[in-house]
Write a protein that binds this ligand. Structure first.
Ligand SMILES: *[C@@H]1O[C@H](CO)[C@@H](O)[C@H](O)[C@H]1NC(C)=O
Ligand SMILES: *[C@@H]1O[C@H](CO)[C@@H](O)[C@H](O)[C@H]1NC(C)=O
Length: 446
């Protein structure tokens, strides 16, 4: 197991060669506002090297899996229009310009920040997003079943029984209602905080804080809040936190424990990346719900799998094991955080979007046209009327420069052999974790 960090996404260009994306032209003499982003176009935390990495991370290979229902048949206009009843909006790209037809409102600003992200993608990779036509659902629960005429529907997550096409969620560009900053500045803030509290000096327990009301797995986790189980579990009072503007729930300050618990929300949870990025091993309560990157996480390497049926005992066993094996615990912490910082840097989030949209577009059996009721998607239309935190987060997640480089190279689909090797490896890791848990139980009963 190597702890080698992923080389940088691209070779940094000299400042003079960068092509800036024009500032927002909002009129009224207010061309820009908000906190100017401190960072250059690529993640400032990337290690310096002259050689860039050309191949995309492994999790990109699931793009092929997600599109496999249409590999033989292609995607017809009829199939796309069947997904309309489930969609909050339709995204159409024609000749490098994007258009959105809105069908209904969604929770908070999920659609706005998703579309903001797409607008940034188009600005970053001008002319590279091909003509396409897709339906997007912004809700939590995946719902598309595989049939003989499967409809293509984009959303943020899926499970083993559904074939929804997964796309990065809004929170990478910010979640203003709960005060979660865009991913890049938040990562930088977290890195600064973590440097002040190295792993051995953190609380030797497992930590979770969140809204327990959204899933039975979360409510059940509250049972583990006992000294005996070495878990510290906190229920976020959503109502009170909302009234206070979530100012007291700074994610960058939630890395004070040696172990971090991840447990599903209603389906997937946007918290996974923040939990991974803490430089503490993640104790991941098994869940069928996957988002676009979580499928690239390897049990035993990036995280410690927790059996939901015996979660309290499994958590205690992981804590005991890690405290007794600090080198290995630290190694897992670094793998998990390295994944969050490097494989999941915004450079790769944009590349994932570009590759997914390109592969999807290649399957369309018709030439997309702009729907009559669609309006052009533009950064101005989204940001100029926005105020307060929404506006601020848009300014913080705005792409500043046109990409003067190619996206990473999309790796091929998984072969049947590779999939079975991955499954075997996973079973071995789980068997080992079960054994450690059983032995830990015995220790606590004698
Ligand atoms: C310009 O932007 C600032 C900061 O967002 C805001 O306070 C001010 O009201 C804006 N002025 C106009 C004319 O829109
Ligand atoms: C868990 O225990 C701690 C310490 O006793 C307490 O402060 C906290 O409120 C408990 N969490 C829940 C969800 O009851």
């Amino acid at each position: 197991m190597s702890s080698r960090r992923r080389p940088p996404h691209h070779v940094l260009s000299p400042e003079a060669d960068l092509v800036p994306i024009p500032a927002l032209a909002c009129g009224g003499g207010n061309t820009s506002s908000g906190t100017p982003p401190a960072d250059a176009p690529s993640s400032s935390s990337a290690p310096a090297a002259s050689e860039a990495n050309s191949e995309c991370p492994e999790y990109f290979r699931f793009i092929h899996s997600d599109l496999s229902p249409w590999r033989e048949t292609g995607i017809t206009l009829e199939a796309v229009e069947r997904a309309r009843a489930k969609a909050a909006f339709r995204l159409v790209v024609v000749d490098g310009r994007a258009y959105v037809e809105t069908y209904h409102r969604v929770f908070q600003t999920r659609d706005t920040f998703t579309q903001w992200g797409i607008a940034q993608l188009l600005a970053r990779y001008p002319g590279r997003v091909p003509d396409l036509d897709l339906m997007f659902n912004c809700e939590d629960m995946p719902e598309v079943r595989r049939t003989t005429t499967t409809m293509p529907l984009f959303r943020y997550c899926k499970d083993g029984d559904t074939v929804d096409i997964v796309f990065p969620d809004w929170s990478f560009w910010g979640w203003p209602e709960v005060n979660i900053r865009p991913w890049t500045p938040l990562l930088d803030e977290m890195a600064a905080n973590m440097a002040r509290l190295p792993w051995p000096r953190r609380e030797p327990y497992a930590y979770w804080k969140g809204n327990p009301g959204v899933s039975p797995e979360r409510r059940d986790l509250l049972r583990c809040n006992k000294t005996w189980f070495k878990a510290h579990v906190f229920a976020q009072n959503w109502g009170a936190a909302t009234r206070a503007g979530f100012t007291g729930s700074n994610l960058a300050e939630q890395c004070r424990y040696r172990y971090k618990i991840y447990v599903r929300g209603r389906s997937w949870s946007v918290s996974e990346k923040y939990i991974l990025a803490c430089d503490s091993p993640v104790l991941l309560v098994d869940t069928p719900f996957q988002d676009f990157f979580s499928r690239g996480l390897v049990a035993g390497k990036h995280y410690w799998p927790i059996d939901p049926k015996r979660k309290c005992h499994a958590i205690r066993a992981a804590v005991d094991w890690g405290n007794a094996h600090p080198d290995e615990a630290l190694q897992m912490a670094q793998q998990g955080s390295g994944f969050a910082r490097d494989d999941l840097s915004m450079d790769y989030v944009y590349d994932y979007m570009l590759h997914l949209l390109t592969q999807y577009a290649a399957l369309l059996r018709y030439k997309p046209t702009v729907p009559e009721k669609a309006v052009e998607l533009s950064a101005e239309a989204l940001a100029c009327p926005a105020q307060g935190r929404v506006r601020d987060f848009m300014m913080q997640s705005r792409e500043r420069f046109v990409a003067g480089y190619d996206p990473c190279v999309l790796p091929p689909p998984f072969t049947a052999d590779e999939l079975s090797q991955m499954a075997t490896r996973e079973q071995e890791v789980r068997a080992r974790v079960r054994k450690i848990t059983t032995m830990d139980d015995m220790d606590h009963h004698t």
